[in-house]
Ligand binder design. Structure first.
Ligand SMILES: C[S@@+](CC[C@H](N)C(=O)[O-])C[C@H]1O[C@@H](n2cnc3c(N)ncnc32)[C@H](O)[C@@H]1O
Ligand code: SF4
Length: 340
């Protein structure tokens, strides 16, 4: 990864937050139908397979270069399911060469990873986050909307390890009465693996997941359960704005994390922009609407980045801190459009 000769000045938003982090969706389609994201009874099977609306690889590269000019250095590819995007390794290869990008990662359900892990690694993908809510085969299948098999994910993980991905992050969204009984099993599975399991509070994203606060399992409850079985000690954040609270197993078997966006909002440090596969900017995971930017790309990365800087400097989102108040927006973008 190359550094920029003159590191750019990142514009600050109205709450003083720089733009360091971009989550870029490469596809809106998914092969799963997780109930908290894309429930099968609300999202048809053929949703998202019309390619015309998606940014091309040329457009994506221009967009990423424009973001990097403003100081964005952490880039994460997501979806929908990013591994459904045809030719993804070729895109990764182009993005890995963009000056200023120091961290190139991808979030995936890993069901198709076995056949793509090596090509992605060879193309320059540095890090992987894998979403995994259960190890029990029947429960896994149910949570995926009857689309996924745990064995495919385990094969994907093994292939990723062989390809050289290490310290893989595993995201587990915990829902009370759904998969909260799997928590210790998941922790036992990943302790000592060199990978990092993070438990995520079930969030009120999108409009169709029927969010119910009663199903949120607060991180402090999960922390107490894990700590009672395998004592933990808190670790410092790796960088400003890191969303997971990190803990180490004191017996030296590695690290575990908790992401508490419902019970301990972290808007104050949010340096993240999100772009959907059609090129719209969302300045918050809970934005009601995006700013279409595709037409700006035709003028090149410099013109694009100056328009983007203007947008970022007007940003004032802090939804998680306002949740429940009359000022909190009611309509939220779907998670499968902005990818987490
Ligand atoms: C939208 S998915 C996109 C990438 C890929 N399909 C995957 O599942 O990893 C990104 C992340 O969002 C998380 N997610 C989706 N809906 C959620 C919700 N309601 N609450 C918390 N996390 C959610 C998923 O668990 C996943 O880790
Ligand atoms: S969380 Fe990921 S795998 Fe599940 S439906 Fe959403 S986009 Fe697909």
């Amino acid at each position: 990864m190359s550094a920029l000769p003159h590191p750019p000045q990142s514009p600050l938003d109205r709450l003083g937050r720089p733009l360091h982090d971009l989550r870029l969706s490469v596809i809106e389609a998914c092969n799963f139908r997780c109930g908290y994201c894309m429930p099968a009874d609300r999202v048809p099977d053929d949703y998202g397979f019309d390619q015309a609306g998606r940014l091309s690889f040329d457009e994506i590269e221009t967009l990423v270069r424009g973001f990097a000019r403003l100081g964005m250095h952490k880039l994460r590819l997501t979806g929908g399911e990013p591994l459904l995007r045809k030719g993804l390794p070729a895109l990764v290869e182009r993005l890995a060469k963009v000056p200023g990008i120091t961290d190139l990662a991808m979030t995936t359900n890993a069901s198709l990873l076995a056949r793509h892990a090596q090509a992605l690694r060879d193309a320059g993908l540095q890090r992987l986050t894998i979403s995994l809510d259960a190890l029990d085969p029947a429960l896994f299948r149910t949570l995926s909307g009857a689309r996924g098999e745990i064995d495919d994910v385990l094969a994907g993980i093994a292939a990723a390890e062989r390809a050289g991905f290490s310290a893989i992050k595993f995201n587990c969204v915990v829902q009370r009465g759904v998969n909260d009984h799997e928590v210790e099993r998941m922790a036992a599975h990943f302790r000592g693996s060199g990978h990092v399991l993070r438990f995520i509070e079930y969030m009120d994203v999108g409009t169709c997941n029927g969010w119910d606060r009663a199903r949120v399992v607060p991180s402090r409850e999960l922390h107490a359960r894990i700590d009672a079985r395998w004592p933990l000690r808190a670790l410092d954040a790796n960088y400003r704005g890191e969303v997971a609270e990190r803990h180490a197993f004191i017996d030296g078997t590695g690290e575990i994390g908790f992401i508490s966006s419902v019970t301990a909002p972290f808007c104050g440090d949010c340096q993240r922009a999100r772009v959907s596969a059609d090129g719209s900017l969302y300045t918050c995971l809970f934005s009601g609407s995006g700013q279409p930017m595709r037409s700006w790309l035709a003028d090149g990365e410099a013109a694009f980045s100056s328009r983007l800087a203007g947008l970022w400097s007007r940003r004032a989102d802090r939804y998680s801190e306002l949740r429940g108040s009359v000022r909190a927006p009611r309509k939220h973008v779907e998670m499968f459009l902005v990818g987490g």
